[in-house]
Design a protein around this ligand. Structure first.
Ligand SMILES: [Fe+2]
Length: 190
């Protein structure tokens, strides 16, 4: 794919200005890169990362057409159909009827909402960090329906099932993934 990470960042920031959204995009990018390597897709690390970076491309400006608009914007730029499929499939059962098929798409589906929950849980800690966070404290927050209520527990469970992982495995691996880039993202976001 000749669409570079720099070009993807350019596209993202054309449609996204909110720090919250940019931070989320960077977080999911880092998580996707981690899983590409961890799951044996090291040669596709950039591709997995770009899918993570762009997955919510349309959400800030077109929340009502989430995933649909992203596909339009990406098609208009002639981007890889695989990338578009991956982005659209993260809205499966919510805003889109494109099912996550590839392992990369399942990881994106499973970790998108979970990174929000883990990030919110991290902010409750004295360190405000995932570095010293354990899966069991995330599991506690997972069960507290009022905590970060916008992060769909159903989607997270469904994502774990798609991957054939237990919820505990998914949480543990996603914490490890988020540890890698946390500092760099904090720095980038000031
Ligand atoms: Fe997202």
């Amino acid at each position: 794919m000749d669409f570079t990470r720099g070009q993807a960042w350019g596209l993202l920031t054309e449609y996204n200005k909110e720090p919250f959204h940019l931070r989320h995009a960077l977080t999911v990018e880092g998580v996707m890169r981690y899983f590409a390597q961890a799951l044996g897709y090291g040669g596709e690390t950039d591709f997995w990362g770009i899918a993570g970076l762009l997955h919510d491309l349309d959400f800030e400006q077109f929340p009502e057409q989430h995933c649909i608009k992203a596909a339009e914007l990406m098609q208009a730029r002639g981007l890889d159909a695989r990338l578009i499929h991956a982005v659209v499939s993260h809205g499966y059962g919510i805003t889109a009827d494109v099912r996550p098929e590839h392992e990369m798409e399942k990881v994106l589906f499973a970790t998108d909402e979970l990174t929000g929950l883990i990030g919110a849980a991290a902010l409750m800690r004295p360190s405000k960090s995932v570095q010293d966070m354990e899966a069991k404290s995330v599991k506690k927050k997972f069960k507290d329906k009022k905590f970060a209520a916008g992060c769909s527990r159903e989607v997270i469970r469904q994502g774990a099932d798609m991957l054939g992982w237990t919820l505990d495995e998914l949480v543990e691996k996603t914490i490890l993934a988020m540890r890698v880039d946390e500092q760099a993202i904090n720095k980038a976001m000031g």
